[in-house]
Structures are given as C-alpha cells and as structure tokens.
Design a protein around this ligand. Structure first.
Ligand SMILES: Nc1ncnc2c1ncn2[C@@H]1O[C@H](COP(=O)(O)OP(=O)(O)OP(=O)(O)O)[C@@H](O)[C@H]1O
Ligand SMILES: [Mg+2]
Length: 113
C-alpha cells in the first residue's frame, strides 16, 4: 500500500526537511511554492493587515509517495525537521494512493517508488 505525505512548511525549513528525508532513503519528492493561512489567518506571522482581511503567507508544499508502513515514521522526521516552535510551522497529512507508475520502465506501485 502506498500513501502520499503532503507537508506544508515554512520555506526556510525546506533544505532541512529535504536533507532529513534524503537521510531516510527517500528517493524522490515534489516541491511547490504555495500560499496559505492557518488559524491566525496569516495575521501574526507578519504583523500587518486589517482585522478582517486574510493575509496569505508563503509556504512550501512537499509531496512524497511512500510505503504505507513508512509513513508514520516519515511524518515525525518531517515535523522534527520543519519545527521552529513558532506559529505557522505548518501541517502534515497523508492520502491513500491508488497506484504509482514509473513511466520509463513500466514498474508499478512499490517497485515504482
Ligand atoms: N486546515 C488546513 N487545510 C489546508 N491547509 C492548511 C490548513 N491549515 C493550515 N494549512 C496550511 O498550512 C500552513 C501553515 O499553517 P499553520 O502552521 O499556521 O497552522 P495553524 O493551525 O495556524 O498552527 P499554528 O497555530 O502553529 O500556526 C497554512 O499557511 C496553510 O497553507
Ligand atoms: Mg498558524
């Protein structure tokens, strides 16, 4: 069984998270620049904006497909590498993956990770 771990993190923590995942043997990931907000609605992260306007804050989304049995451990690895202890450190969630294909070789599922 495969799962996709999605992590929304602070951009400055990306290298730290990437290095931590590489050290765990992860061999591929997708990284996207995104914007979002959490329960502070982006406010206290940059100390500006009005009471009612939501401020989107730049974040990085990391997507990595893993064996389901590895995902709980990798979530803690990601969180430990992403954590600054301040608000806005992000979220990590998992999604079941139906199938995975390595295009070049035709390998499927766990063989395609
Ligand atoms: N419920 C959610 N669904 C989707 N994305 C979310 C959700 N909550 C947060 N995010 C994304 O994660 C980013 C970081 O969220 P953040 O760490 O501020 O969450 P929080 O719940 O406010 O926690 P904290 O109080 O530690 O700041 C947001 O900018 C947004 O991109
Ligand atoms: Mg927040």
């Amino acid at each position: 069984m495969l799962e996709m771990i999605t992590a929304i993190i602070k951009p400055h923590q990306l290298d730290n998270v990437k290095d931590a995942l590489l050290a765990e043997g992860v061999e591929g990931m997708t990284v996207t620049e995104v914007r979002g907000f959490g329960r502070q609605r982006g406010k206290t992260e940059n100390f500006r904006g009005s009471e009612y306007k939501i401020d989107f804050v730049p974040k990085v989304r990391i997507e990595v497909v893993v064996k389901a049995e590895s995902s709980a451990h990798l979530i803690t690895v990601i969180a430990d590498a992403a954590r600054t202890g301040k608000i806005g450190d992000g979220k990590v969630w998992t999604t079941p993956i139906g199938s995975l294909l390595r295009v070049r070789t035709g390998e499927m599922d766990i063989e395609a990770i």
